[in-house]
Design a protein around this ligand. Structure first.
Ligand code: ADP
Length: 487
């Protein structure tokens, strides 16, 4: 057993990564390990029994070591026996080293020798230097980022005290970066938002992140700075830091509000205008009819034709105004959702168009349709329009063939209305959804006001869905309506 232990200790000594030298109490070399040979170039045969002074670059190093480690008292703390010395290698070159000197005691507690563990400082230093300069470079980069970035950001300690702030943010709030340091960031919020901020911070600390929370900051002279706040918590070595990035949405919110009130005004104006236009248009139409009767009776058939044109134009205008009015009312209509069987919706639509279907001998193929959450009245309008168009936009003497199918996607249904009609050229497949856009003149074979599809689009989008058109497989068109399965 002791033999095994000796072998093990010997191996540990020989294989140790640092150079080890053992000396007796007269400071004569007794043993060295392989790492020592690698560091200083001596083999044991060459220096065994020699005084340790042969190892030092000058006598001062030798003496300092002696005073500190080999004095009668010896080192009192482990730190005291760490020495920084210069050794001389076998080839005369110098080794800057850090030595840990250990006094070896016998069973009676008497010093009987010394061991030195030697580390090559030149091998250790570059790494340390590299880390220091890397840290300095990173700090300089971070500082440059805070000074130069156009982004509004700050970092705070775990109590919310600002530790660094970008110049862009300081300027936006009307102060210098130095003014903000050490202040609680919540001090710069508008009063009503402060309590909420405390709650948010608890949340950020527990979740580690917060994205785009709306906050109102107090800018220069008390002006309002509306921001979306995103924050992350960084925890290192028991310290929690907060990094906050602000997106200034003041201008965007203002523009949005302006736009909303402008569209309200426009909608109101359109409604009033459309409503008020109806009466004079009815009068034009009625009086044109009167005039038409009178001139026909007087045998003035040329004039009667002209008057007829006036009357038809007035009627068309009245119908457009009526559609616009319906469009604006339906656009304002808020959704009243419920579980809706689209199969039943389609049956009602087919009823509405029963005469046209019969007259054109249209072939109707309606697949099984799902039950989804939507506004039954509005969605019926969408399918009513798609079916009316599919029946209407067919070439003369063509028997309409209309297929309605449904496809399930993970979170939605796509309903398709396919026809064998005149088709829509790719250049117009988006534009037909704009209000009052028609691909045919009012006098053409295909009557209409160009409102139906724009209304359908509004309704579908209000449900969070999409509507688009493609070419059908054998000519014709396929209208796709994607609606979420649940609202
Ligand atoms: P309207 O039918 O009253 O003109 P819509 O908004 O419903 O208004 O349609 C806009 C235009 O899109 C129509 O004028 C027509 O040119 C085209 N369109 C709509 N549906 C079809 C269809 N199924 N096939 C061919 N063209 C169509």
């Amino acid at each position: 057993m002791p033999k095994n232990r000796d072998r093990l200790l010997r191996a540990l000594f020989q294989e140790a990564p640092e150079g080890i030298v053992i000396a007796d109490k007269e400071r004569r070399i007794v043993d060295i390990n392989a790492a020592f040979t690698a560091l200083l170039g001596y083999t044991l045969d060459e220096i065994e029994g020699q005084p340790t002074s042969v190892l030092y670059a000058d006598t001062l190093d030798f003496e300092t070591t002696g005073q500190s480690v080999f004095s009668e008292k010896g080192p009192s703390t482990p730190d005291e026996n760490v020495l920084y010395q210069r050794y001389k290698r076998r080839d005369g070159s110098i080794l800057n080293a850090r030595t840990l000197a250990i006094r070896l005691l016998d069973e009676a507690g008497e010093v009987h020798g010394f061991a030195g563990r030697i580390h090559d400082l030149d091998a250790l230093l570059p790494d340390a230097e590299k880390s220091v300069s890397r840290l300095e470079a990173e700090r300089a980069l971070l500082e440059a980022l805070y000074r130069k970035t156009p982004a509004m950001l700050f970092s705070a300690d775990q109590n919310g005290r600002i530790e660094n702030i970008s110049d862009a943010l300081a300027v936006r709030l009307g102060m210098s970066g130095a003014d903000a340091l050490g202040h609680l960031w919540t001090e710069f919020l508008m009063e009503p938002d402060r309590n909420e901020a405390a709650r948010l911070m608890d949340q950020v600390v527990s979740n580690g992140i917060c994205k785009r929370a709306p906050y109102r900051f107090c800018g220069k002279n008390g002006s309002l700075v509306e921001c979306e706040l995103s924050a992350i918590v960084n925890a290192t070595k028991g310290r929690q830091n907060l990094l906050v990035i602000l997106d200034d949405v003041t201008a965007r919110n203002r523009a949005q509000k302006r736009l909303e009130s402008r569209s309200d005004e426009i909608r109101q104006f359109a409604r009033i205008a459309a409503h008020d236009l109806r009466t004079p248009l009815r009068h034009i139409s009625l009086f044109a009819e009167e005039v038409n009767r009178a001139v026909t009776a007087a045998g003035l058939s040329d004039v009667a034709d002209d008057v007829n044109v006036i009357r038809e134009s007035a009627n068309r205008l009245a119908s457009m105004v009526q559609s616009l009015l319906e469009f604006s009312v339906a656009s304002d209509h808020s959704i009243t959702p419920g579980r809706v069987d689209l199969g039943q919706v389609m049956e009602r639509v087919l009823q509405t168009h029963a005469d046209d279907i019969a007259a054109s001998e249209a072939k109707m193929e309606i697949a099984e349709l799902p039950v989804i959450t939507c506004d039954a009245v509005l969605i019926e309008r969408v399918f009513d329009n798609l079916l009316a168009n599919a029946l209407k936009y067919v070439a003369p003497k063509t028997r309409p063939h209309i297929q309605v199918t449904a496809q399930k996607l993970p979170a939605s249904w796509v309903l398709e209305v396919q026809d064998n009609g005149i088709g829509i050229s790719p250049a117009f497949r988006r534009r037909i959804f704009d209000p009052l856009t028609r691909l045919h003149s009012p006098d053409s074979f295909y009557p209409g006001n160009g409102i139906g599809l724009s209304l359908a689009q509004r309704i579908v989008e209000a449900h969070g869905g999409k509507i688009w058109v493609d070419a059908g497989e054998d000519g014709g068109s396929v209208f796709h309506v994607e609606l979420p399965s649940h609202l």
